[in-house]
Ligand binder design. Sequence first.
Ligand code: MV4
Length: 450
Amino acid sequence: MFQKVLIANRGEIALRVLRACKELGIATVAVHSTADANAMHVRLADESVCIGPPPARDSYLHIPSIVAACEITGADAVHPGYGFLSENARFARILESHKIAFIGPSAHHIEIMGDKIMAKKTALELGIPCVPGSAGGVASEAEAKKVAKDIGYPVLIKAASGGGGRGMKVAKSESEIAIAFSTARSEAKAAFGDDAVYIEKYLGKPRHIEVQVIGDGKGNAIHLGTRDCSLQRRHQKILEEAPASTIAIERRMEIGEICAAAMRKLQYSGAGTIEFLYENGEFYFIEMNTRLQVEHPVTERITNMDIVYEQIRVAGGEPLSLTQDEITYFGHAIECRINAEDAETFAPSPGTITYYHPAGGVGVRVDSSVYQGYKIPPYYDSLIGKLIVHGRTRDECLMRLRRALDEFIVDGVKTTLPLFRRLIDEPAIKTADYDIHWLEAWLEAGRKKG
Ligand code: MV4
């Protein structure tokens, strides 16, 4: 096992990883920008190294500084958390060349899944159901028209290097292909430096369902069931649930098994998430994330697993601690992402937290790195913390969420807590009757009413 892990991240996820290392008896190194000198992950780590000025590209994304921090401290592994360098194949390769372990999948698997065309080809070969569409990239308008005619309108033109919805254009009929094709291409070129695009049937009202997987890189892999992450705004998830309880358990287990079998065949190593759109009773693969995700705690809560512990184990060459048969599911969990943002405009609200009282009690977990007196810097994402609640049933979980939201106090900055307090009274939330567009429509309707 590793002697010393360097945590190449900040905020709540740096603390999450630090806690797992502590439980394993592994020493920890925090890295931080000058803006984060007073951050909790720096205080709680055994050692810390300042790696640069506030902008992420000069600190948390600056590979030479992070490698230097490893060499100075003698860290033998790096956990990248999520975001930043977590899906950077080049970073994984550079660490390898310095004999430092990357706690994550192989650079090869990161690369495959980073290219959405290659990811989809791989998924198809592995028997994962995909959205009908082009076999690979689409190079011309004429080819786009041909594929669209075959699969039927509406279609969606997507960037191969995409993510976050950039470079995505819908065409409702052949007359819209020319504009959709050229704008998708130029947006993709501008955003990712790569104008490769592909085509899929456009699904109008899907849910976003994902499957958590973990592999040991030697052909053993398990799934930990589903999450429903449909409640999102501008591709930012707001609230996540586990399991995806509106889907019959047999269907959920079936897709889980398909994903686990695929990861065994791939010899995938580490934690991953296979993302699907779910519409009219069918799962359609869209992407795979080769990292730990923000919403992993809802899965941990219903399976009693520690996903970060498993990540560290398999990166250190040990087997998974459980087999698929040993995974059990209990109850329902919901996570709310509490951001330092105006609950109506979503404008960031950095500043000093003058009073902080997190919720607690039965079935409540708060993953956060803030404290009373902490000054939220303006340079990074606005996540203050995650409120994760559990109940034996979804109804009990919602009841407990109401109670926890009423307890939670964050003063000094604006937060999205008021949004959640309004949201959970909605009938569509009580019955889980929502798709990926529901939240934005609800927010829009709320703005009109004032
Ligand atoms: C789609 C889709 C509808 N049909 N693909 C958005 C970004 C990328 N992760 C995939 N995305 C979508 N792909 C087909 N064939 C709708 C979306 C989409 C979406 C997906 C998941 C979560 C939120 C979303 C919000 C808008 C659009």
